[in-house]
Design a protein around this ligand. Sequence first.
Ligand code: URA
Length: 201
Amino acid sequence: MDPLAAIAAEVQACRACPLWKGTTQAVPGEGSGESGIFFLGEAPGFHEDQQGRPFVGAAGQLLAELLAGIGLDRSKVFITNVVRHRPPGNRDPLPDEVAACDIWLRRHLDALQPRVLVTLGRHAMGKFFPGESISRIHGKPRVVGGVTVFPMFHPAAALRQPSLRPSLMADFTALAIFLATTPAVADEPAPPADQMTLFGR
Ligand code: URA
């Protein structure tokens, strides 16, 4: 079986935290490793829960536009979230829920070995840069545990606050430049998932 399909089937059966209760289904993530870009968002919302796909609402539309702006189709990137079941009422995911879902992030990173992991919003950023401010570090890639992590504002934040949109566009341009100027062949491949010390625990 395709490794992403195998992970998706396991995520559907995941009961590691109580979030699955009351959801329609899990939203494991989708896309491909073709471009080497891996997006990590926050959590599925109503439409994502209904469709079982990440970023299918307005934020997803903006994400697709930003990708098109750097010449990429969404099918060429991988997109997932820090939690894979919709939190009730779209509340923020709780630390225990985020921690319980780490296993799937590790599995996806191990399967895809991305060139760059783009965190969208403060919840995803917080996994790699705890205590940091997104306003301070967005657009500045840093290698964490063998993976280049590129923090960005969440597209939903730019929809709520249009003044953030130029920053988001500039960060996508910086991402395109990073990819164009960084060798595709990893000099130092990411360690296997069970040896990662990515999340500070
Ligand atoms: N926002 C997210 O962070 N993830 C989704 O899947 C949709 C909206």
